[in-house]
Design a protein around this ligand. Structure first.
Ligand SMILES: [Cu+2]
Length: 347
């Protein structure tokens, strides 16, 4: 509340200052002092614009230099090399244009400010000039868009058949992660089956679902194709794993996916960075509500043999939640118990 009052107060002060400035300008004009006053104000404004140019450029370079490592994270996926290259080419092209246009924009008011002796040049049009500034950006932008589109199509293409399938589901405010179990096939799921325990709505009438397991951290094998199958239950979340240059929205009612090849194990990255505590992470990249900040999950990249070892040690969800055996159709219970790794008979 006090914030609103303070804001309104500030607004009032600014409004009063503007009113005073306008009144004094009008008074000046009324006293026929108009011209020299405007000339002086122009000079001050032009000078301030140049100060702004120098200040903002200094800030830009300072930030880009000191925080470079924060937005240029070490790379750990195959396609990431392509997207990184595209990013830096786009950055170079747009950066140079940005610098040139800002310098011209902010120095011209100084160079061409009002002087009584100056006379404006009549310059209605120049076809050659217009052709150049239409064609050059059109060609450059088409090249950028085309190479971006090609990279996108390669990434979004159907995942290879041998991909590890991992289902990642976002909900307010956590992730649930499911693997296909011994058959490496994810079973069906249905949002109508979601309850407090069966968070992902696993459908136990599907045989592939009986051996599925949920993981508290995501393990992926180095050098193998990995596909994230992504969905959400409530609002739009976003699966973001910056070291793999991976980002994909998690949308309720509209499954999405992303496949990639991790290139460095967690241990290798720790060595490279000299940081024993380093971990790859998956975070939500959509402001999805109050607990948004809590949507963090660890990703562990293992050597393929370590990954298989970890995979085999996991227990099926059905084994950990035996009550749900009642959801398995009666004729499937025996096979379900076997594929879920449950010993003995079930009731
Ligand atoms: Cu979220």
């Amino acid at each position: 509340m006090s914030g609103i009052v303070l804001g309104l107060g500030l607004l009032l002060v600014v409004a009063i200052l503007i009113a005073i400035f306008r009144v004094s300008t009008l008074l000046g004009i009324a006293k026929k002092e108009g011209q020299p006053r405007v000339g002086k104000a122009n000079g001050i404004n032009a000078f301030l614009l140049i100060l702004f140019l120098i200040g903002s450029m200094a800030l830009l370079f300072w930030y880009s230099y000191t925080h470079f490592d924060s937005y240029n994270l070490p790379l750990a996926s195959e396609h990431g090399a392509v997207t990184d290259r595209l990013f830096w080419i786009t950055m170079a092209v747009t950066g140079v244009v940005f610098l040139i246009t800002q310098i011209l924009l902010l120095t011209f008011p100084f160079k061409y400010q009002y002087k009584e002796t100056n006379k404006a040049l009549y310059f209605p049009d120049n076809n050659k000039l217009e052709l150049i500034w239409t064609l050059v950006p059109a060609v450059v932008l088409s090249l950028l868009v085309f190479s971006g589109w090609k990279a996108w199509v390669d990434i979004m293409d159907k995942a290879p058949d041998d991909s590890e399938q991992i289902e990642v589901m976002g909900y307010q405010f956590a992730w649930a992660v499911r693997y296909g179990g011994t058959d490496k096939e994810l079973g069906d799921s249905d949002f109508r089956l979601i309850d407090l325990d069966n968070r992902m709505g696993i459908d136990f009438s599907d045989r592939n679902a009986h051996d599925d397991f949920l993981a508290t951290e995501i393990h992926v094998p180095k050098g193998k194709n990995v596909q994230f199958k992504i969905r959400a239950t409530d609002v739009i979340h976003s699966v973001y794993a910056p070291h793999f240059r991976l980002q994909m929205n998690a949308v309720p009612g509209m499954p999405t996916s992303f496949w990639f090849v991790p290139t460095k194990t967690t241990a290798e990255m720790r060595d490279e960075l000299g940081n024993e505590n380093f971990n790859y992470e998956l975070v939500c990249n959509k402001i999805c509500g109050r607990g948004h900040f809590a949507m963090r999950y660890l990703i562990i990249v293992d050597e393929p043999e370590d990954y298989e070892k970890w995979y085999k040690e996991q227990q099926s969800w059905l084994k950990l939640n035996p009550d749900y055996m009642s959801k398995v159709p009666e004729e499937l219970r025996e096979v379900a118990a076997i594929s879920a790794g449950i010993d003995g008979t079930t009731d």
